[in-house]
Design a binder for this molecule. Structure first.
Ligand code: BEZ
Length: 371
């Protein structure tokens, strides 16, 4: 019997008269994104398929803003309130946004079969190049929360030349120690999976207050049709390796970083420690008062403002683009001593903007935003 051969059939698109194959490819890629006002794509990677949603029109020589959400959430439940916030539009109109959903977290995702080997956080980071290649982006500004912040940091350590900046909310760069494991196991005996994840996302004060906001997220997570998938992402997060970042070593983040944490957040200590390990000339530390565990959900206005300063520090948003709101609200940003004890390098956002020199988001200082 004749052997059957698998033949890959490629769609042939005729070139326009005078069009080089390179120009045709570029036009096709541009069209792929231009049509994508919130369109979801999936690409195959060595670790399975990954889904992402693209918003915005590409601007030449601009990185994409690539987001990665935390455990228990997806790109919408983690980022929609921030990216749809009024003042944010001024910023994001200048960038394409690529919102990644961790495998099995996208809306309508089928539950993975029993025994499915979920990727480790390192493998999730290794999926990102496939996304960037598909969209033809060579650089990104990463925006991650919790597990997503870890994944983007791992990606940045592996591909430093492709990351222009990182916003890391609630990052814990350390692997769980045996004490953490013991506590985790004990909690697991008395709490459901959804309560453990809520304890990771929100402060104890928020959870016991049980506001409508918390009830909404409790409901989303405990009734998630893909709760089994969420457990797999949760397990990968809890089994993460140490990022082993050391100030001054080769293994450190080379790009500007904005670290963000709520002052009551469960990960405050971890973020403070992370700040102490990063290059102080490249790092801004934003500790937000009264913002609970998820500042991008509870304080989108303040985070938008800080993000704008951060981008200005990277040279992406001219001061003339600043809204009246951004300028006037610097008055409400109060100074704080640097958390790592280095008072001398601590500067406030308002001092810098009043001096009218560098954009006040220039990395290398601590900000405490009060309400
Ligand atoms: C965005 O414009 O980037 C966006 C819109 C809706 C949800 C999340 C992000």
């Amino acid at each position: 019997m004749a052997e059957l051969q698998e033949v890959q059939i490629m769609e042939e698109k005729p070139l326009l008269p005078g069009q080089t194959p390179e120009a045709a490819k570029e036009a096709e890629l541009a069209a792929r994104i231009l049509l994508d006002q919130g369109q979801t794509h999936s690409v195959e990677t060595p670790y399975g398929s990954v889904t992402f949603t693209v918003y915005g029109t590409p601007k030449p020589k601009r990185p994409a803003i690539l987001t990665y959400h935390d455990v228990g959430l997806n790109y919408k439940s983690c980022f929609q309130p921030l990216f749809q916030f009024g003042d944010m539009q001024e910023i994001i109109q200048n960038f394409v946004r690529v919102h990644v959903d961790a495998p099995g977290m996208q809306e309508g995702a089928p539950v993975f079969p029993l025994g499915y080997q979920y990727p480790s956080l390192d493998q999730l980071a290794d999926m990102i190049p496939c996304i960037l290649q598909y969209l033809n982006f060579s650089t990104i500004i990463g925006f991650g929360v919790g597990a997503g912040a870890y994944i983007l940091s791992r990606y940045a350590l592996n591909h430093p030349d492709t990351v222009e900046g990182l916003v890391l909310i609630n990052i814990d760069p350390n692997a769980k120690g045996w004490m953490d494991w013991a506590a985790h196991k004990l909690t697991g005996l008395t709490s459901s999976l959804s309560e453990m994840i809520l304890g990771h996302l929100f402060s104890q004060e928020e959870l016991s207050g049980n506001s409508e906001f918390i009830q909404k997220y409790r409901n989303i997570i405990s009734h998630a049709p893909n709760l089994e998938n969420i457990e797999l992402y949760w397990n990968s997060y809890n089994n993460r390796r140490d990022l082993n970042i050391e100030r001054g070593s080769d293994n450190t983040l080379k790009c500007p970083v904005m670290l963000v944490v709520g002052d009551q957040a469960p990960h405050e200590e971890a973020v403070v420690e992370c700040n102490s390990k990063l290059d102080p000339t490249q790092t801004s530390f934003l500790k937000m008062a009264d913002s609970g565990g998820q500042p991008q959900l509870t304080q989108p206005g303040k985070l938008t403002e800080a993000f704008k300063y951060f981008l200005q520090g990277m040279g992406y948003m001219a001061s003339s683009c600043m809204t009246r709101l951004s300028r006037s609200r610097t008055a409400s940003l109060t100074s704080a001593a640097s958390i790592d004890g280095n008072r001398s390098r601590s500067r406030t956002m308002s001092q810098s903007s009043e001096s009218g020199t560098l954009p006040s988001g220039t990395p290398g200082h601590t900000m405490e935003v009060s309400c």
